[in-house]
Write a protein that binds this ligand. Structure first.
Ligand code: ACO
Length: 331
């Protein structure tokens, strides 16, 4: 059994095994600097902070950080020697969508675009942002030019929910408001791969208000179709659906409702039918049980870019940087 404490310990150890360079566009934000302090002191990653050097130095002083700012790269988009070249790359990528070079220069002043371009161009290995900016603001540049991995057209996300006795993978709780059956199948497969990447054996439950044939409706049909599509594409994976949350995780209920299932009662990857359910379930579990929710970790992108919740804590930022570094190791 993988305990939450073991899981977090292993993540940090793995990130340290091959140090990656992560860019944090919200370099002037208190929580980001506090997380950067811990990350550097523990030797987990190399960092670039975006922002004004003087403001960052003043903030570090106000927070009483003993962090050596010389060990961190600090860059401000407009005064960066790379600015013009980045704007040109963005223009090349998006001119077919009507973007002019002037508009590309305007966009490149935005730290989300600049940070994402650092990753795209290989000047950083991954980006973590969203402590101040919205999800849309944070991930749109990645959707526009980092794009998806071959064989997968959907960017979605997972949370690693550190429950008292195990770590469960919840997807998608942050990106796609109302996924189609095809997108839901993509989410299931990507989430299983993300679970495997972090050492969790995927047993996938495609959640719905019906277990097997117990309930009917359009929304149940969508989950049934998604399950079928995912099984066709990845016959090697253990997938069950539609299934209710209790039947998915409780061995007694699972046995009662779906006695022949390889997943019922022991699901480790929980796939929610839409964002209303996924987002509120992860927040409900997190708030009501005190479970640490690591993520959201975006999956499906060509290079790692991750979004924080604006309510995130310093620990959340630390953990998200750690998993971003691990994603970067995976390439
Ligand atoms: N996968 C792959 N590509 C995508 C995806 C996706 N999920 N979504 C959008 N794209 C692509 C589009 O194809 C488009 O590409 P193109 O410009 O090259 O043609 C580009 O990204 C922009 O598409 P838009 O439709 O303009 O997408 P937009 O940027 O407006 O929105 C977003 C994308 C931000 C993911 C949107 O779906 C959204 O707002 N989702 C909800 C986010 C949210 O509020 N989450 C809850 C809070 S998060 C939390 O609590 C932790």
């Amino acid at each position: 059994v993988l305990t939450p404490r073991m899981f977090q310990y292993q993540l940090v150890k793995r990130a340290k095994s091959s140090i990656k360079h992560i860019v944090l566009p919200e370099g002037e934000e208190d929580r980001v600097l506090l997380a950067a302090d811990q990350l550097i002191k523990q030797g987990v990653v190399r960092l670039t902070l975006l922002g004004n050097r003087e403001s960052i130095e003043l903030t570090a002083k106000r927070l009483n950080l003993s962090l050596d700012l010389n060990s961190i790269q600090i860059e401000s988009p407009l005064s960066s020697p790379r600015f013009e070249s980045y704007a040109e790359t963005l223009y090349e990528q998006r001119k077919s969508k009507g973007l002019s070079l002037e508009m590309a220069r305007d966009l490149m002043q935005d730290v989300s675009y600049f940070g994402t371009m650092m990753v795209y161009r290989g000047d950083a290995d991954g980006m973590v942002s969203g402590a101040i900016h919205t999800t849309q603001h944070t991930i749109r540049p990645a959707l526009q030019f980092v794009k998806t991995k071959p064989g997968n057209s959907t960017v979605s996300s997972v949370f690693f929910m550190c429950l008292p006795n195990r770590v469960s993978v919840f997807g998608d709780c942050a990106v796609i408001p109302n996924p189609s059956a095809e997108q839901l199948a993509d989410i299931a497969i990507s989430s299983a791969e993300s679970a495997q990447m972090l050492g969790i054996e995927p047993k996938i439950a495609m959640l719905s208000y019906s277990s097997g044939t117990s309930g009917e409706g359009e929304e149940v049909e969508k989950v049934r179709k998604a399950t079928q599509l995912a099984k066709e594409r990845r016959p090697d994976l253990k997938i069950e659906g539609p299934i209710q949350y209790d039947a998915a995780v409780d061995p007694v209920v699972g046995k009662q409702k779906l006695p022949n299932s390889e997943v019922a009662g022991q699901a480790s990857v929980l796939i929610f039918p839409d964002l209303n359910t996924g987002n509120n379930t992860y927040k409900a579990v997190q708030r009501e049980t005190g479970a640490i929710a690591i993520g959201p970790m975006l999956q499906g992108l060509n290079k790692p870019v991750n979004d924080l919740s604006r309510g995130c804590s310093v620990v959340d930022i630390f953990n998200t940087v750690v998993i971003t570094a691990i994603q970067a190791q995976e390439g």
